[in-house]
Ligand binder design. Structure first.
Ligand code: AMP
Ligand code: GLY
Length: 425
């Protein structure tokens, strides 16, 4: 099969790394890709968001199967456009991608089908939103309805913060159309975890669990980011908790989407809050997590390609995936300043030595080659990923590799997996 992966981050590097190992893959392309992906796939400079460009590329290259990494092209209908020209894709239709593209859509679905999630209301009117905040008090969570590059959620500790957030969104045009409608939601207490399930619209197969670190600095402090590190397994997502979350949240969602005539095919990423009364849904994403995918791909022993194809074609019911018992952990190296303004184009050295540490794979998240030099080309730049029999050993290996990377213009957290490490006897 000729396979095209859409995207160019660490998630796509990990997916390309896994797909390139499949005997089913005869040719692998990635658009736009990055300097690391170029080691396992042919990279072509078409932006992931350029739906028509991706379709044209897939046609020109006689692609049999497209694996769509990020949410933006999914929400913009890339899977539908590919289906129209007869090309199979991994990833939901535009309508099904509303599970990520509209927080209100998901909340309403949960309400109609009694899927556990925080209490909420939706607003487009500022006065009504403020009245709701005042009636409910803080802490309370304000969310822009649409995609806002991970910045559309405000966990407000005070009524004033919540009011200023809805004012920004509903009156101040903070996120444009994405913030013209908001969800105001109950604050959920507990521990967060990410559950990924492949689905063919009817059946769902849970993948290994993972946890990520959303805050920029050690101790889970500082601003929210796309994710500064991740690890798998996540002790809180043991087999019993996965089964519960599948039965109470994921499978009811898959059935609800099918019943509503918009079956979801692809990977459903459930952001869960696990509290005293069990798991509740925080939100869905309609794609693999980044950087969670990097640790999942390191632990996956089976060929991923048949599983991705089964999501598109059906037949997931007969499929099983095998996972290594080892722990995997990834440390994100980001450009100084991230998630705010940062510099591009600084040189990274020492990647070869880092990649030679036992059990380590360095996935590239935002890099560009300049002849033999590797330059930073994004906010999150590298994902230094390691496996080992225990999470402590995986962590030691990952930081040993991090310390071999010579990139003074970058930083990373030093405490990835602290929860899992603290839980070990
Ligand atoms: P997002 O940017 O959509 O990934 O959400 C950012 C983060 O906000 C989540 O990972 C949670 O930590 C937090 N969050 C979102 N909704 C809630 C909620 N209802 N209660 C508590 N925390 C929340
Ligand atoms: N790791 C968070 C995300 O992929 O959205």
């Amino acid at each position: 099969m000729r396979i095209l992966v859409t995207g160019g981050g660490g998630r796509e590097h990990a997916l390309c790394w896994a797909i390139s190992a499949s005997p089913l893959c005869t040719k692998l392309l990635c658009a736009p890709g990055n300097a690391g992906i170029a080691q396992v796939a042919q990279c072509i400079d078409v932006p992931a968001e350029d739906v028509e460009g991706q379709v044209a590329l897939a046609l020109a290259e006689k692609i049999d199967f497209v694996v769509i990494g990020p949410e933006t092209p999914l929400v913009a209908g890339l899977a539908d456009r590919l289906a129209k020209v007869g090309i199979k894709a991994f990833g939901p239709s535009m309508e099904a991608a509303q599970l990520e593209g509209s927080k209100g859509f998901t909340k309403d679905l949960c309400r109609r089908y009694q899927i556990p999630t925080g209490a909420y209301e939706r607003f487009t009117d500022l006065d009504k939103a403020i009245a709701y905040i005042e009636a409910n008090g803080a802490p309370i969570v304000v969310k822009a309805d649409g995609l806002a590059a991970g910045k559309g959620v405000v966990v407000a500790e005070t009524v004033e913060q919540a009011e200023s957030a809805v004012r920004d969104m509903l009156a101040g045009n903070r996120f444009g159309a994405a913030g013209a409608s908001v969800v105001i939601e109950e604050f959920l207490d507990g521990e967060e975890a990410s559950l990924f399930a492949l689905t063919d619209g009817e059946h769902a197969l849970a993948l290994a669990g993972a946890q990520d670190h959303k805050r920029a600095f050690d101790g889970d402090k500082g601003p929210n980011t796309g994710g500064m590190g991740a690890y798998s397994p996540a002790p809180i997502l043991d087999a019993a908790m996965v089964e519960r979350a599948m039965n109470e949240i994921v499978l009811p969602t898959v059935r609800a989407m099918k019943a509503d005539g918009i079956p979801f095919k692809g990977v459903l990423y459930a952001g869960l809050m696990i509290g005293k009364n069990g798991p509740k849904l925080i939100e869905y994403n309609c794609r693999f997590g980044d950087p969670e995918t990097q640790v999942l791909m390191m632990r996956l022993k089976s060929d991923i390609v048949p599983a991705l194809i089964a999501c598109a074609d059906g037949g997931l019911k007969h499929l099983d995936l095998r996972w290594s018992n080892d722990a995997a952990l990834t440390v994100v190296m980001a450009a100084n300043g991230y998630p705010d303004a940062y510099k591009k184009g600084t040189e990274i050295r020492g990647l070869e030595a880092a990649g030679k540490v036992e059990g380590v794979q360095v996935f590239h998240a935002g890099t560009k080659a300049d002849g033999p030099r590797i330059l930073a080309n994004g906010g999150r730049v590298l994902n230094v990923t390691a496996t080992a029999p225990t999470v402590e050993e995986a962590r030691a290996r990952a930081y040993k590799a991090v310390d071999l990377i010579d990139w003074p213009e970058g930083f990373c957290r030093r405490d990835i997996a602290w929860r899992a490490v603290a839980r070990r006897p």
